[in-house]
Design a protein around this ligand. Sequence first.
Ligand code: OAD
Length: 247
Amino acid sequence: MDANGSDAIGRAVEALRCARAVVAITGAGMSAESGVPTFRGSGGLWRTFRPEDLATPRAFARDPALVWEWYLWRRGRIAAARPNAGHVALAQMERRFAAFTLLTQNVDGLHLDAGSRNLVELHGNIWRARCTEEPRRVFDQRGDTPGEELPRCPCGALLRPDVVWFGEPLDPVALDRAAAAVRACDVLLVIGTSAVVYPVASLPSLARHGQALVVEINVDETPLTSEADIVVRGPSGAILPQLERLL
Ligand code: OAD
C-alpha cells in the first residue's frame, strides 16, 4: 500500500462512494493552511505558551486580563484568515451524503464561513463570550471593538470566551450528538488532529466498534495512525479537494 499517494486516496474514495453516513472530525491542522497556528508541533501555540496559564478555569480566575489578551490576540490572527480549499471541500461533501456530520475541535469558525451546516463545534467558538455567572447568556462578539475594560455581561459579571478549557467538560448535548453520529457512520474521516486530546480522541475507537472505516488525513503520524484503516499523508487543503473531486 502506498500511504502517501494515489492508492490511499483511491481507497478512501471507494469507501466514501459506498457510504451512506459520513462523519469528519477536524483539528487545528485543518486551518493551518489558512494561517491559523496549530497547538502542537513546530510553530504550535503550546511551544510558546503554557496552556495552564491561558486555557484553564484557574488561569482565568487568577488573571482574566491575561487570558482575554491572549484570546483577543488569537481573534486577530483568525480575523485575518479565510477558509482554505479543505474547508470548502468538506462543505461541498456535506451535500453529497444522506448523512454527513462535521465535528470540529477548532474554535475559529472557519467551517461555518465555508458553508458547513451540520456542524458541531465541540470546543466552542472563539467569537462568542458567555457570562461567568449564567453560562446560558452567550454573546456574539464578532465585529466588536475591545474596550479598555474587561467585557462584562449586562448583569455585571465578567464574560469569558465561550470555549472549552483544559479541565472542563464538553457540552454534554454536543458530545452526545457527536457520539451518536460516530456510532452510526460508515466512514470516519479524521483530519488534521494530533488525536491526543480527550474526549474527542476516543471517537475513532467508537467508530471502529460500530464497524466504520477510519481514514486519517494528516501531514504527520499520530497515535491514531496505526489504528486507521486508511492513512492519507498530506495537507488537508490539498487532499480534501482531491477526494471531493473524485467522489
Ligand atoms: P494539534 O496542534 O495538537 O494537532 C494538529 C495536527 O494537525 C497535527 O497532527 C499535525 O501533524 C496536523 N497538521 C498540521 N498541518 C496540517 C495540514 N495542513 N493538513 C493536515 N494535517 C496537518 O491540534 P488539535 O489536534 O486540534 O484544545 O488539538 C486538539 C486540542 O488541543 C485543541 O482543540 C486545543 C488544544 O489544546 C483546547 O484548547 C482545549
